[in-house]
Write a protein that binds this ligand. Structure first.
Ligand SMILES: NC(=O)c1ccc[n+]([C@@H]2O[C@H](COP(=O)([O-])OP(=O)(O)OC[C@H]3O[C@@H](n4cnc5c(N)ncnc54)[C@H](OP(=O)(O)O)[C@@H]3O)[C@@H](O)[C@H]2O)c1
Length: 300
């Protein structure tokens, strides 16, 4: 592809990659005490603007696809099959995430500031990976036959298959319009509770091995720090047993009292107390809290 020659912005690549390493580690530390507030951990009481799930995912993931594609179309890239194969594997992931996952998701709305943060991250990452691959890295002409390349690409596609299949399983747990949580089964969920996150981590570790570059390793590390703890939080806070899935609480204050009790040691205890409140409460119409907000309280 011919276009404007683009000089490698070595300093930008270096600082962005270190930025991902440092911010990834800080994000990991942050998640030791807090959950990232989207999906099941969204704060239903915060007054902020919410973006519908499909629009949110589409807008936030698009830059990771668009920026490398535009760089490819408008600038002159260095020669080599290896670099182009790698660029297209990166873009393939984000094509799937932007044009398939986003448009099929049945998730709940996300806070606007989460979507905007993701737009910034995906734009920077799209530039970092695309620019580095097209204009900076020097691979030998047989890189696409190198063991690192082959191993990494195999990891990438295995991870991608696990991620897509696991997201498919999660999506099919719900009927249209439904927002409740159920226990996922089948596929990799038989072995790992956060199978979709596991697949994504394998994918980006594979990409890092195949491209053998600091920018790709820094993104893989950021991914581990970002969704690793989320997978752990989901594991610690699984969907309620079927019997309790449709519990509705009628009194906000009583509920909060129960949730804040120091005697509360497990989700099951909380559920039993909630059920008890539900049975004995004399004015069930007082305050209605959806079962999804119960979930938010439990898990935070
Ligand atoms: N590379 C990265 O740094 C990065 C960062 C974030 C996400 N991702 C990827 O983006 C995808 C989505 O991430 P996520 O954090 O939204 O994943 P998630 O919390 O597992 O949710 C995925 C979808 O499944 C629904 N869901 C989850 N558990 C469910 C259950 N037990 N029953 C019914 N529905 C359930 C969620 O609905 P709700 O919205 O209602 O909870 C959401 O629509 C994943 O593939 C992840 O790997 C990548």
């Amino acid at each position: 592809m011919t276009g404007e020659a683009m000089i490698c912005q070595e300093n930008a690549i270096h600082y962005c990659s270190w930025g991902f390493v440092v911010s990834g580690l800080l994000y990991l530390l942050r998640q030791l005490t807090a959950h990232t507030p989207y999906g099941r951990y969204v704060d239903t009481k915060s007054p902020g603007v919410m973006v519908p799930a499909r629009a949110g995912w589409f807008i936030q993931e698009l830059p990771s696809f668009l920026v490398p594609v535009l760089l490819f179309l408008t600038t002159e890239s260095l020669p080599g099959i290896g670099r182009h194969l790698l660029l297209w594997t990166f873009c393939l992931h984000y094509f799937q995430r932007t044009f398939v996952f986003s448009l099929l998701t049945k998730g709940r709305p996300s806070p606007l500031y989460i979507v905007l943060s993701a737009v910034i991250f995906c734009s920077v990452n799209g530039f970092l990976q695309g620019h580095y691959m097209l204009h900076c890295t020097q691979y030998h002409t047989e890189w696409h036959r190198d063991t690192r390349f082959i191993t990494g690409v195999l990891m990438f596609f295995s991870g991608m298959a696990i991620n897509i299949h696991s997201d498919y399983i999660l999506r099919n747990l719900r009927k249209p319009g439904e927002l409740s949580y159920k226990i996922p089964t089948g596929g990799m969920f038989e072995l790992v509770s956060g199978a979709n996150f596991f697949g994504e981590i394998i994918e980006w570790c594979g990409y890092a091995v195949a491209s053998w570059s600091f920018p790709a390793f820094s993104f893989a590390l950021f991914t581990i720090c970002s969704i690793g703890p989320r997978a752990y939080h989901h594991h610690r806070c699984p969907p309620p047993p079927k019997l309790f899935q449709n519990i509705v609480i009628y009194d906000d204050d009583i509920y909060k009292l129960s949730a804040g009790s120091s005697k509360m040691s497990s989700n099951l205890e909380l559920l039993i107390i909630l059920l008890f409140i539900n049975i004995i409460h004399s004015e069930p119409k007082k305050v209605l809290i959806k079962s999804l907000s119960i979930y938010t309280y439990w898990c935070t």
